[in-house]
Ligand binder design. Structure first.
Ligand code: NAD
Length: 463
């Protein structure tokens, strides 16, 4: 006999949130809540920027571009397109279902649980919330305990801003998240590492709850010999060192063709200095590592890399500072080339035969992002065709996230399910099929017993 999974201490609250979903039936109600969120973020921008600075040393500009402004933009875009997204989508009918009307009607799922990581602690907690509310759901949000200042702000503001009738915030560490996962939600939207992703999926299976997993992985930047090297270097440096490398879609490492490797390495060194000065610890635009555990992990990666040359490499453990660091040709068996780095350390792997290297890439876990730098559309097309990834950008890094209508998500080890813009709305909606038929005509011949004529007719109308 199979036992029903236990529901825990939040079940009554989650039940109330589920009962509240009719409050968001109309587009105007959803838009109103989203507008409140935007107004709140604008009014309290300085407060959020200070929290992000305390947690991750984010500059005001980065806090706006990648967190506060990003959410405002996502929310405004959702508000503007809400009516269009909510509209039933007509489908054409096969002869056997005519006359009639076929529609796909997006309906809310119910209560969406959002579990967020620490690296973009506001963005990654609120972007799924925007999608969830746009789709008419209520939400339970669990911010990351590793970005405590931002988590506290989210906990103290979000329920009142969105309305306590549709939003709950739960704070705490792994134990609390585990307890929360005992509950029955209608969708769990998890962003973070694959280890916890597996725990989330296992817990969700007990209630048959659907999940979206936004995970990470080693996203390579591939620089072909025909690339515009100076622009490539600038864009790789920007994508790698924003948020001190703690970005799920940061270029993890560079694969560069031998003939242009020296030039690219020297340009990357120049670009680091141009962006952050000779001593990045004094740059207002350079962030800090989230905690000393990660400082120690990254320090060991640099120390044990066996690189033939190192740019940067300075560490100040107490200040949680690691300089923008480039590791030239690390040892092939070093840890820095094995796992996702998730910090300001950029290994450069020089390749003799790029095609052979790409074939190797296809055998590993699917990365969240793939970056290809080349002057040739044909070359870019071939690389994209060969190497799978969650998303891809040709001749830039990270920027696909800024395009509302490009679904953002992983594949395989980098996760499943996409969001942003309409993809987020669809992901957190149930796309309900509705077929409506008139009662007349209703020819008796279409029902059993089937005579020879009916058989012939039905065979012609179907298949
Ligand atoms: P994290 O440690 O903050 O964990 C994320 C969430 O999981 C937190 O809310 C935490 O409370 C919870 N958690 C931690 N341990 C748990 C446990 N044992 N049981 C249940 N819940 C638990 O974040 P992280 O995992 O260090 O995040 C970094 C990873 O996230 C990287 O791999 C990165 O690539 C990935 N990431 C992916 C995206 C994306 O959009 N795809 C974005 C950011 C980060």
């Amino acid at each position: 006999m199979s036992a029903e999974p236990n529901e825990g201490k939040w079940s009554a609250r989650i039940g109330a949130l589920r009962d509240a979903t009719p409050l968001l039936r109309e587009a105007s109600a959803r838009a109103e809540r989203l507008k409140r969120l935007e107004d709140h973020l604008r009014e309290h921008e300085a407060e959020y920027a200070a929290a992000l600075n305390a947690d991750l040393g984010k500059s005001e500009t980065e806090a706006w571009l990648t967190e506060i402004g990003f959410i405002i933009g996502q929310s405004r875009y959702a508000r503007r397109h809400l009516r269009e997204w909510m509209r039933p989508r007509r489908v054409s009918l096969p002869a056997v279902a005519r006359p009639g009307r076929g529609r796909v009607v997006p309906t809310p799922l119910g209560v969406v649980c959002v579990i967020a990581p620490w690296n973009y602690p506001l963005h990654l907690a609120l972007a799924p919330v925007v999608a969830a509310v746009a789709a008419g759901n209520t939400v339970v949000v669990k911010p990351s305990e590793l970005a405590p200042r931002t988590a506290d702000l989210i906990a103290s503001h979000l329920p009142t801003v969105l309305g306590t009738d549709i939003c709950e915030v739960v704070t705490g560490g792994a134990e609390i998240t585990s307890a929360l996962l005992q509950e029955r939600f209608d969708h769990i939207f998890y962003t973070g590492g694959g280890r916890v992703g597996r725990i989330v999926m296992e817990a969700a299976s007990r209630h048959l709850t659907p999940v979206t997993l936004e995970l990470g992985g080693r996203s390579p930047a591939i620089v072909c010999a025909d690339a515009d090297l100076s622009v490539s270097a600038r864009r790789i440096v920007w994508g790698k060192f924003v948020n001190a490398g703690q970005t799920c879609v940061a270029p993890d490492h560079v694969l560069v063709e031998r003939e242009v490797a020296d030039r690219l390495i020297s340009l990357i060194g120049d670009e680091i200095e141009a962006a952050f000065g000779a001593d990045a610890s004094t740059s207002p635009d350079y962030g800090r590592i989230v905690n000393t555990h990660h400082v120690d992990r990254l320090t060991a990666l640099i120390r044990d890399s066996g690189a033939s040359a190192v740019i940067g490499g300075q560490v100040d453990r107490d200040a949680r500072y690691i300089a923008p660091t480039v590791l030239v040709e690390p040892d092939a068996s070093s840890s820095v080339l094995a796992d996702e780095i998730f910090g300001p350390v950029l290994p450069i792997v020089v390749v003799e035969d790029l095609d052979a290297e790409l074939t190797m890439l296809t055998k590993g876990p699917t990365p969240l992002a793939l970056y290809v730098f080349t002057g040739s559309d044909e070359r870019a097309r071939k690389v994209l065709e060969l190497v799978p990834s969650g998303g891809a950008v040709v001749n830039h890094t990270l920027l696909h996230l800024a395009v509302h209508e490009l679904p953002f998500g992983g594949k395989g080890e980098s996760g499943h399910g996409s969001y942003h813009g309409r993809a987020g709305f669809d992901r957190l909606s149930h796309l309900r099929s509705v077929l409506q038929r008139p009662t007349r005509p209703d020819p008796r011949i279409a029902y059993p017993p089937y005579g020879r004529v009916a058989q012939r007719l039905l065979r012609r109308l179907t298949g």
